[in-house]
Design a binder for this molecule. Structure first.
Ligand SMILES: [Zn+2]
Length: 168
C-alpha cells in the first residue's frame, strides 16, 4: 500500500456514501478520495433536474405539490408544463377543448394552484406507458413526503394524463 502515502484511501461498501438527497455511490472496492469525487460528480450529472420553465411553473403551485414533484424528479425525468392558469388562458383552453371547466372552476385557477400538469421528458404524447411510469413515481413521492390528497387526472376521469390535483 505504498501508494497510499499521497492519497487518502477509503474502504466503503455500497450505500455507505450518501450525499444530501439520497444519492448513492455504488462502490464496492477500495478506492481513492479522488475517484470518489469523480464518481460523485458523474452521479450528480446523471440525476434529472428541473429546467427553468418547470421551475417557473412550480412557483405557482401549492407547496404540497411542489414537495411531491421535487421528490419525484430525483427518480424520473419530467417537465412541469403548467401550474396556475389565469382567466384568459383557462377560457381559451375551454374553446380548444383542452379543458372542460370555465374559469374559475378548474383547480388550476386557484392561487397558489391546486393542480399541475406534468409530462415525461422528453415528451411523447402517444406513449401512455411513460405517463403510467411517471404516475407510479409521483404516487411513491406522495408517500415519501406525506401528501395523500393528490390525484391523477387519468384516475379521476380516464383522460388528462398530465394532470394532477389536490382535493382541497
Ligand atoms: Zn391540468
Amino acid at each position: 500500500m505504498a501508494s497510499c502515502i499521497k492519497e487518502v484511501h477509503i474502504r466503503c461498501r455500497m450505500e455507505s456514501y450518501t450525499l444530501g438527497q439520497g444519492i448513492l455511490i455504488p462502490v464496492k472496492n477500495l478506492f481513492t478520495l479522488k475517484t470518489y469525487q469523480k464518481l460523485l460528480k458523474r452521479k450528480l450529472k446523471q440525476m434529472p433536474s428541473f429546467g427553468n420553465r418547470s421551475l417557473e411553473a412550480l412557483e405557482t403551485v401549492d407547496i404540497r405539490i411542489s414537495k411531491v414533484l421535487h421528490e419525484a424528479i430525483k427518480h424520473y425525468d419530467f417537465s412541469v408544463l403548467e401550474g396556475h392558469r389565469d382567466e384568459e388562458t383557462q377560457n381559451k383552453y375551454v374553446e380548444t377543448g383542452a379543458s372542460k371547466l370555465k374559469f374559475p372552476y378548474s383547480k388550476h385557477n386557484k392561487y397558489p394552484s391546486l393542480a399541475v400538469d406534468i409530462v415525461p421528458y422528453p415528451v411523447d404524447w402517444e406513449n401512455l406507458h411513460r405517463f403510467k411510469e411517471l404516475s407510479k413515481v409521483i404516487k411513491d413521492a406522495c408517500e415519501v413526503v406525506g401528501v395523500d390528497t393528490l390525484s391523477w387526472g387519468y384516475d379521476l376521469w380516464k383522460w388528462d394524463m398530465p394532470h394532477w390535483e389536490l382535493e382541497r
